[in-house]
Design a protein around this ligand. Structure first.
Ligand code: NAP
Length: 269
């Protein structure tokens, strides 16, 4: 299937690691040109060098997205280098555990880490997206639908992202800009592996999570998230907008009574 992404320009936030890295690499494999704004430098610079050696452009832009000037400059730099933006992928975020007891200042800080830059990036990229009749893909989290406990800022941010997806889809339909969200639940990344490693019995902790993932009792891969993002951005997805797509092996919505490994209720007997 030709996704029609050859030469398209993709601006991604947090494209150096984890899910973002998989998204960056998948767009690159489709022949797109990528601009990646990320806070840490090593991985982003390494990606830029790796693709430059193959004659491809994977521009690294250092910046902290909690700084609005950095968001604006990332859009400006992308336009200076590539002259256009076809796809904006709002991906960067962190489940920072800011709870009800942490207070309003901490809550606002969490919104700055997880929500405000999604709006800022879309705002600053808007004229370019209107010109290209492009697409916005937001990365949300199942926490917006399920809650988690102890993470008010992250839950509010991800709920806000889902709301903005519908709002922007409507706002921008007349400009032929499509807006969709992809929702991971339990997606395996180096950071997730690190967190599991910190538990007393890492393989038991991993198994416990896998057990309640209906499809295949396994984590979603970053590649599976990236594939959905890239498809939704593509010319093969031109009539899909305002949708919230759960790529989670059924984790968020399926009834675990019938699906979870060791606790499965078998109605066939
Ligand atoms: P990750 O491995 O921590 O990667 C996040 C990337 O974003 C890192 O490269 C990070 O850069 C960058 N970043 C974060 N905050 C930034 C900021 N303020 N400015 C610039 N760059 C920033 O996380 P991930 O698991 O891939 O998560 C990606 C998205 O998926 C997030 O929106 C997350 O909420 C969502 N998600 C993930 C899961 C999962 O199971 N993995 C589940 C639900 C939702 P640094 O290296 O500088 O930190």
């Amino acid at each position: 299937m030709d996704l029609g992404l050859e030469g398209k320009v993709v601006l991604i936030t947090g494209g150096s690691k984890g899910i973002g890295e998989a998204i960056t690499r998948t767009f690159m494999a489709e022949g797109a040109r990528v601009a990646n704004i990320n806070r840490s430098t090593a991985e982003g610079e390494a990606l830029e060098a790796e693709y430059a050696a193959q004659g491809q452009q994977c521009l690294f832009i250092q910046g902290d997205l909690t700084n609005l000037d950095a968001c604006k400059q990332a859009v400006e730099k992308t336009l200076n280098v590539f002259g256009r933006i076809d796809v904006l992928v709002n991906n960067a975020g962190v489940n920072d555990g800011i709870s009800l007891s942490d207070g309003p200042e901490a809550f606002i800080g969490s919104l700055e880490r997880n929500l405000i830059h999604y709006y800022a990036m879309a705002h600053y990229a808007l004229d370019a997206l209107k010109q290209s009749q492009g697409a916005i893909i937001n990365i949300s989290s199942k926490v917006a639908a399920t809650g988690q406990g102890g993470t008010s800022g992250y839950a509010a941010s991800k709920g806000g992202i889902n709301g903005l997806t519908r709002e922007w889809a409507l706002d921008l339909a007349a400009d032929n800009i499509r807006v969709n969200t992809v929702v991971p639940a339990e997606t395996w990344t180096p950071l997730y592996a690190e967190l599991i490693e910190q538990s007393e019995d890492p393989s038991a902790a991993k198994r416990q999570i896998e057990d309640i993932i209906p499809l295949g009792q396994r984590f979603t891969t970053s590649q599976e998230i990236a594939d959905m993002v890239v498809f939704l951005s593509s010319q093969r997805s031109l009539h899909t907008t305002g949708q919230i797509h759960y790529v989670d092996g059924g984790y968020t919505h399926l009834d675990r009574k019938y699906t979870s490994g060791s606790n499965r209720v078998d109605l066939s007997k």
